[in-house]
Design a protein. Structure first.
Length: 253
């Protein structure tokens, strides 16, 4: 196998699994660990991977965003575990924001039936899922619907958020890093997420392990804006440690 072919295979494996290890790739591709390290360095310089301790994770290209249907089919178990753990952050009564996204949608689906909650959403999909529940008062933010995420954005979403104040905002993110904070590919969606942070007493981010260390085009918050990050147990320990060092509490599902 030529170097270019091997590097394409490494990238494919990283994107499928969310992470690759030097030792594992060395055995799998039958080459030395040093060869794998050189391949990872090449892929990092090309902007395809981000090196982490012992291996690498895939990097979403700045400005690139997979469609909702695609994202909803990956890391299903991890997202469900994250959502179940996030239930402990839902108040017994009061108001919450549930951001558009595949992991946040799973939280919405399992909101308990014994609590009186007002739930503010910017996703018609989530609104349809929970709108018929008798104990939930669902408020849907209007605006332009982005085709890729089915999230409502622009002024009709921002204006109501400026007048609201909730107990907890549960947000999704495409990227979270010490260097850039919370990021997402679309500036309009970033503006809504930023407004959600400002409209909440507490902010909880739900993000699977592939989001850690990624940076996208539009920043919507600093790590200091976070009260809690819930990710899954596959998260790189060094990346988790770096985030915790900023004062953010991180819980692994």
């Amino acid at each position: 196998m030529y170097a270019e072919e091997r590097q394409r295979e490494i990238l494919r494996i990283a994107q499928a699994r969310g992470r690759v290890e030097v030792a594992g790739l060395s055995d799998e591709l039958n080459v030395t660990a040093e060869t794998i390290r050189r391949d990872l360095t090449t892929l990092e310089r090309a902007g395809e991977l981000r090196r982490v301790h012992g291996g690498a994770i895939p990097v979403e290209r700045i400005g690139f965003e997979p469609a909702l249907a695609t994202r909803d089919t990956v890391y299903i178990d991890e997202k469900e575990r994250i959502a179940k753990l996030a239930l402990s952050e839902v108040p017994d009564e009061g108001a919450i924001i549930v951001d558009a996204g595949t992991t946040t949608a799973r939280l919405a689906q399992i909101l308990p039936g014994d609590r009186e909650l007002t739930v503010v959403v910017n996703s018609p999909v989530i609104a349809t899922t929970i709108g018929t529940r008798k104990n939930l008062n669902v408020l849907v933010l209007g605006g332009r619907i982005r085709g890729k995420t089915l999230a409502a954005v622009d002024d009709w979403s921002l204006r109501p958020l400026a007048e609201l104040y909730v107990d907890v905002a549960f947000l999704g993110t495409n990227g979270i890093s010490v260097e850039r904070g919370l990021t997402t590919p679309d500036p309009a969606e970033a503006a809504v997420k930023r407004a959600m942070i400002h409209a909440a007493r507490r902010t909880v981010v739900l993000a699977d392990h592939t989001k850690l260390g990624n940076d996208c085009l539009a920043r919507f918050g600093e790590l200091a804006d976070l009260d809690l990050l819930i990710t899954d147990s596959q998260a790189d320990h060094d990346l988790v440690g770096d985030i915790e060092a900023t004062g953010v509490r991180v819980v692994l599902a």
